[in-house]
Design a protein around this ligand. Sequence first.
Ligand code: NDP
Length: 281
Amino acid sequence: MDIDGKGVAKEWRDKIRDEIINCDYRPCLAFILVGNDLPSKTYVRMKERACAEVGVLSKPLYFSEDISELNLLKNINILNNDDTIHGILVQMPLPNHINSQKIINNIDPNKDVDGFHPTNVGKMVIGEDDCFISCTPFGIIKLLEAYQINTKGKHVVIIGRSNIVGKPLANLLIQKNDKYGNATVTVAHSYTEDLTKICKTGDILIAAIGKPNAITIDMVKSGAVVIDVGINYVQNKIVGDVDYDNVSKICSLITPVPGGVGPMTIAALLHNTLQSCKKKI
Ligand code: NDP
């Protein structure tokens, strides 16, 4: 059966919209986009549209590819000191001459609604509530909760160890927390030996690789829950990392692509921005 990320995300967004309609404050999210990368432009456009739908204001700051690191840092500093801005999103990837981690490190952690700043990551790892959790892992946790998928004592196999998906997700799932934690987590990556054997032991299998159809039916335990994070463009079509047509025949639940994790990531961003605004007020 499909996990309806689109539907769960809509319910979440509706709650956010209702809360904003019924209050006298307006959250504002600043978008920094550098260069002309088409997927990046599309992601920013989608996020801005989602903001507008729930009543979150957007402040777009679009820069040319050749902006200097120093100039970008100056702009972030202005946003950090602007009380009308509650969230700062820097769309990745940035051009090679800019140190992305340095840019992230200079965002005020209280406005880091993407949850990438070391302060937020560190708090999340030690299990403090007072932090922003990065949007994709947060969205996946919410999706598991919505479908009452208990992670306690389960073996979760995550393929991918990026700072934005695999690592934070693994850290959330091992928290001593009955709501979404207490799992036993294996994180696989490109150096993992015998990936098939490891994947097959996963009660919950989460693919965040960035390669179409990388997870095939022989890698999946029968009855497993499969979360496909991947977004890949194949002949103008968006597909995930999982061979959906075949894997869906043997697993119990699976997120489709599109319509699975993606909408939850955006809803989590709106949630974090609203929380940031409420905290400020
Ligand atoms: P990265 O490229 O940063 O990380 C990919 C990870 O997959 C790496 O850890 C890499 O290993 C691992 N990997 C690559 N090939 C293999 C392989 N053959 N076997 C095992 N592991 C492998 O990607 P992201 O984490 O940023 O994104 C992953 C995917 O999720 C992408 O398709 C991206 O577009 C999508 N995405 C979707 C989001 C959503 O909202 N749905 C949000 C964010 C991302 P190593 O570290 O060794 O290189």
